[in-house]
Design a protein around this ligand. Sequence first.
Ligand SMILES: [Zn+2]
Length: 118
Amino acid sequence: MAVEGDEEVEAAPALPRGGRSEAMATRHNRHVPLRTCVACGKKTEKEALVRLVAPPGGGVEVDLSGKRPGRGAYVCRNGGCAVDELKKGRIDSTLRRSTTEQEWTALMSSIRVATTPK
Ligand SMILES: [Zn+2]
């Protein structure tokens, strides 16, 4: 869900009060977006997760680009979490979608491929 008026605006340069180290620390502590894995419930950086999307056309698919339209859910990318224990009802309620058994089976194999460490 996009927040209106939430575009990144370049902040006015801070007045140099405490020297340069302050500015560098700020740069280092940049906000990292966290997402919750639907399989293990851990909050992880978006980069370490695979996005699942409920596209407008129906079903649920793995969204490797992370940019497809539709409601999204996330699972750990590194294979460290138990995607096999993922429950269909969990995905259905998170994505507000009623996946068919066929769609679910296809999704699970896509998730396994996407989360297998290379
Ligand atoms: Zn996980």
